[in-house]
Write a protein that binds this ligand. Structure first.
Ligand SMILES: [Zn+2]
Length: 179
């Protein structure tokens, strides 16, 4: 997995690109939470559940179905989030599903069970430029941690935030010119 610090890059990038009129700060906050939610499955290690099973790490919680269910549940909060339910659905779907997609680009661990429960097969992307993060946060504070964070900066934060900042700035200028 990329670190817990990096999965929020996708909802943050989307929110920056679309603007706060489309993605309310509350929706963004929920989007950040659901982008890291699938990794709660690391509890499986403590419960003695093997990594490679459907209930193990990168299993059911990293599937497309899980992302759809999270997005559907999120729609119940639409009024509280001050955005239409369909927008909540699509934003939370992208934020949650992006987790497994980013994991598939890492160079370690097992692949991602995208198609659970129909298939238990684990998948990786064709390329793996993102250094896999250690599951323990204390190990992240070692020399290896610095190279993990550097690769996440290069391969996740930069591609997510650069277009978002360009689009966000263009939108801001356009609105300022209309005033
Ligand atoms: Zn993960």
């Amino acid at each position: 997995m990329p670190t817990v610090l990096t999965h929020p890059a996708v909802p943050l990038g989307l929110a920056l690109a679309l603007g706060r009129r489309v993605v309310s700060p509350r929706l963004l906050a929920v989007g950040i939470c659901v982008s890291v939610l699938p990794d709660l499955d690391v509890l499986a290690f403590r419960l003695g559940i093997p990594y490679a099973t459907q209930w193990g790490h990168r299993g059911f919680s990293h599937s497309v179905l899980f992302a759809v269910l999270v997005a559907l549940l999120g729609m119940l909060l639409a009024r509280h989030l001050r955005v239409p339910p369909q927008r909540v659905f699509w934003f939370l779907l992208l934020a949650t599903a992006s987790h497994g997609i980013l994991d598939a680009f890492t160079n370690g661990g097992l692949g991602v069970a995208f198609f659970w429960p129909w298939s238990q097969a684990r998948f990786f992307a064709p390329v793996h430029p993102v250094e896999v993060a250690p599951i323990s946060l204390t190990r992240l504070l070692t020399g290896k941690g610095a190279s993990v964070l550097w690769s996440e900066l290069l391969w996740v934060w930069l591609p997510c935030l650069t277009p978002a900042i360009i689009v966000g700035t263009a939108r801001y200028w356009q609105r300022a010119r209309r005033r």
